[in-house]
Design a protein around this ligand. Structure first.
Ligand SMILES: [Zn+2]
Length: 334
């Protein structure tokens, strides 16, 4: 991986290279924009370049053709000891805060880590203020920063109010409005834009998605690789199940009978249909023309869902059901 392999946002990436070259990358920054457009990959590459010690080797071009004609100081070599430690997430001065990190910190399953908790931020605070072990600076990436609990955000705020002498922090967020305003005002913001259809189709090709599907998916996923990949899984399901009734076994049930996961999945299916319908792509390749009325109903239902997929509401419904029926198992009742 190198900067040149990251698609889209080329102006932004050029300015990052310049900041790295002149050693003026801000100590606390925020990368924000829709999911799946390369924010994390870019931050990771910046961290690698930050730690890389083998910047001057002539053999860089042997390692990757992509470096030809570029100033080598702006790119990590990808093969020195530091680069390899970063790649393996084993660099002692580097932390990536995400579900995986928190799971191992709290000794809990990874899939249970829906939010970033205060314990994790406490650990990060003590890490940030310690002296670096082998480098001149520490580097911290907080992925999906908007999933920090309120307490965790306040704990982060304390770090930002008194920035550690030798640590760089990059926050990554799909929705900066979910971060405390006091956090946003203390970081240098960088806005990432959705990828072009061409870039996206090329990336999807790397995931072994057929050209025809890649072009369809890039048309309907608003420049987000993450969304295109989710949609691609749905497309497979659609094809294997053939007709709509079987695709959406739960979506026509009253919403209160669904679990949070079912509703999130339903919302995704409906997002897919809405995007495909908006681009007039419902018919080919899905061949749902006779189901148009049903899809229309679903689309209006999706608007309703968008405003109602909330854990708090699910909890209220569950409590309501419990009082009424004496159990929480509302998926099985109908
Ligand atoms: Zn290196």
């Amino acid at each position: 991986m190198s900067f040149s392999k990251i698609k889209g946002n080329s102006k932004l990436i050029s300015s990052f290279k310049e900041l790295i070259k002149t050693n003026s990358f801000p100590s606390c920054s925020l990368f924000y924009g829709p999911p799946g457009i390369g924010k994390f990959m870019t931050a990771f590459e910046i961290a690698k370049t930050h730690f890389c010690s083998g910047k001057s080797g002539e053999d860089i071009s042997l390692f990757s053709d992509d470096n030809k004609g570029e100033e080598k100081k702006e790119e990590a070599c990808g093969k020195c000891e530091e680069c390899i430690r970063v790649e393996k997430r084993l660099h002692p001065d580097f932390r990536i805060v995400d579900a995986k990190f928190q799971a191992s910190l709290l000794d809990e399953p990874e899939e249970k880590q829906k939010t970033i908790k205060i314990d994790t931020l406490r650990e990060i605070a003590s890490f940030a203020y310690e002296k670096p072990y082998i480098s001149s600076d520490k580097f911290i990436i907080i992925d999906k920063a908007e999933t920090m609990t309120h307490e965790a955000q306040n704990s982060l705020l304390k770090i930002l109010e008194e920035p550690p002498q030798s640590a760089k922090i990059i926050l990554i967020s799909n929705d900066k409005n979910l971060l405390l305003q006091t956090i946003v005002s203390r970081v240098f913001p960088f806005k990432f834009l959705p990828l072009s259809g061409e870039d996206l189709a090329e990336i999807l090709g790397n995931f072994s998605i057929e050209e025809k599907d890649a072009s369809f998916l890039s048309d309907i996923s608003g420049g987000s690789v993450g969304k295109a990949l989710e949609f691609s899984k749905l497309l497979e399901e659609f094809r294997s199940k053939k007709h709509l009734g079987k695709l959406l076994p739960f979506s026509m049930l009253p919403a209160r009978t669904q679990t949070y996961e079912q509703r999130a999945k339903t919302a995704l299916v409906l997002d897919f249909l809405a995007a495909a319908a908006a681009k007039d792509k419902i018919n080919p390749p899905l061949n749902f023309s006779r189901k148009a009325k049903e899809i229309n109903n679903l689309l209006s239902y999706s608007l309703w869902l968008k405003h109602n997929v909330s854990p708090k509401i699910i909890m209220e419904l569950a409590l309501n059901d419990y009082l009424k029926y004496g159990n929480f198992d509302f998926g099985e009742k109908l």
